[in-house]
Design a protein around this ligand. Structure first.
Ligand code: DSN
Length: 417
């Protein structure tokens, strides 16, 4: 039988089939990407997408919500259990929207945010001037120490004392070291600020207790479910009970209308998967693989920002290689290795060029690759970057990439694939 999608829309069918092939045949090293389980995929393609459910379980503005209520209640209960949180809201469509709801709940327009600078590892939604967060709220930024390239708590404290922010935001998108939530909490207490942790990147490591836990130290914690958590694309908010009502009312009706119930069902599944024993093994392997990537790149002569990694990502400084991050990304893409260009601390180059690349281990760990494969991948990266325009070398690397992808197959059982 022909797939309904193929019959209705061969162009989109073709785009999806080609994307499946791209994911199967490339080495995915983007630190924020992952491959969801077939169970999560099934929920994302389910009839729950048909349902309007504005409101919360048991208190909706539409009839017929009994089954979406089951899914949302499961997601909420599991989020609270996985992260040990007093309250969870699983409706934000993304991490940025989770952050927006928190700001709406805790700040008035004009209140100051203190957060990590975007070009030192922070995130757009932490007060960047072109993002809603920087337009609605004055933002002051801490960076990293020039020598250690790590967060400097004396700087955070001094800025907090000078600017008296209403909220301190900790958490990063391009930072390969531990975030010490307890130290941020001390400073927040000293200046009477709220503390929010955005653990979008390290949520899976936190859930597995391999990274310090923000929940006891923060008023509110936001996360995405699609990075190390290996769930559907989306956001969640964890909060102390005292902020529960405020947060909920700012997600809906404050910021969003109807929740994406198929995504919420998929979040429930991913959270159940996070409670299974092999999730811990998976997260441990993510960290081992990131350390293997760090070692592999260092052994081949590359400088790593901060000198290494404590989590799932490595920032590689390419300024000694004569390549920009953009050029390296293009070269690697030509041999089917996917990374992203990334600014390094105190970068002299603009973001469109950048002096570094960010590489991460979650996606390839989901394909069950381990340390020897990470070392081989570093070799392939090094060969590609040093061969520059040598087509013969690139062709050889491409074959090795294909062999590796075939040895660690992805999505072999789904009807689409
Ligand atoms: N775009 C994400 C990342 O790549 O880190 C953050 O939202």
């Amino acid at each position: 039988m022909l797939s309904p999608l193929l019959q209705v829309d061969p162009e989109v069918f073709d785009a999806i089939s080609s994307e499946v092939r791209r994911q199967q045949t490339t080495l995915e090293l983007i630190a924020s990407e992952n491959f969801v389980s077939l169970a999560v995929l099934e929920a994302l393609g389910s009839v729950m997408t048909n349902k309007y459910a504005e409101g919360y379980p048991g208190a909706r503005y539409y009839g017929g919500c009994e089954w979406v209520d089951v899914a949302e209640r499961l997601a909420i209960a599991r989020a609270k259990e996985v992260f040990g949180a007093e309250h969870a809201n699983v409706q934000p469509h993304s991490g940025t929207q989770a952050n927006m709801a928190v700001y709406f709940a805790m700040l008035e327009p004009g209140d100051t945010i203190l957060s990590m600078k975007l070009d030192m590892g922070g995130h757009l939604s932490h007060g960047y001037k072109k993002n809603f967060s920087g337009r609605a709220y004055p933002a002051v930024f801490y960076g990293v120490n020039r020598e250690t390239e790590q967060i400097e708590f004396d700087e955070v404290r001094a800025l907090a004392k000078e600017h008296r922010p209403k909220i301190i935001v900790c958490g990063a998108s391009a930072y390969s070291r531990i975030i010490h939530f307890s130290r941020f909490a001390e400073i927040a207490r000293e200046v009477g600020a709220y503390l929010m942790a955005d653990i979008a990147h390290v949520a899976g490591l936190v859930a597995a207790k391999l990274h310090p836990d923000p929940v006891p130290h923060c008023d509110v914690v936001t996360a995405t479910t699609h990075k190390t958590m290996r769930g559907p694309r989306g956001g969640i908010i964890l909060a102390r009970q005292e902020f529960a009502k405020k947060v909920d009312s700012q997600v809906f009706p404050g910021m969003q209308g109807g929740p994406l119930m198929h995504v919420i069902a998929a979040k429930a599944i991913a959270l159940k998967e996070a409670m299974a024993p092999d999730f811990l093994t998976y997260q441990e392997q993510i960290m081992k693989n990131a350390r293997a990537l760090a070692l592999g790149m260092e052994n081949r002569g590359y400088r790593l920002v901060t000198g290494g990694t404590d989590n799932h990502m490595v920032l590689v400084d390419l300024s000694g290689s004569g390549l920009t991050g953009r050029r390296a990304t293009e070269l690697l893409e030509s041999v089917d290795i996917t990374v992203n260009k990334n600014l390094i601390p105190f970068d002299q180059k603009p973001p469109s060029e950048a002096s570094g690349i960010r590489i991460g281990s979650p996606a390839l760990t989901s394909r069950r690759m381990r340390e020897p494969e990470m070392d081989l991948i570093c070799d392939l990266i090094h060969k590609t970057l040093t061969a520059d325009k040598d087509q013969a070398v690139h062709a050889k690397v491409k074959i090795q990439v294909r062999d590796l992808c075939e040895a660690y197959p992805l999505y072999q059982r789904s009807y689409h694939m």
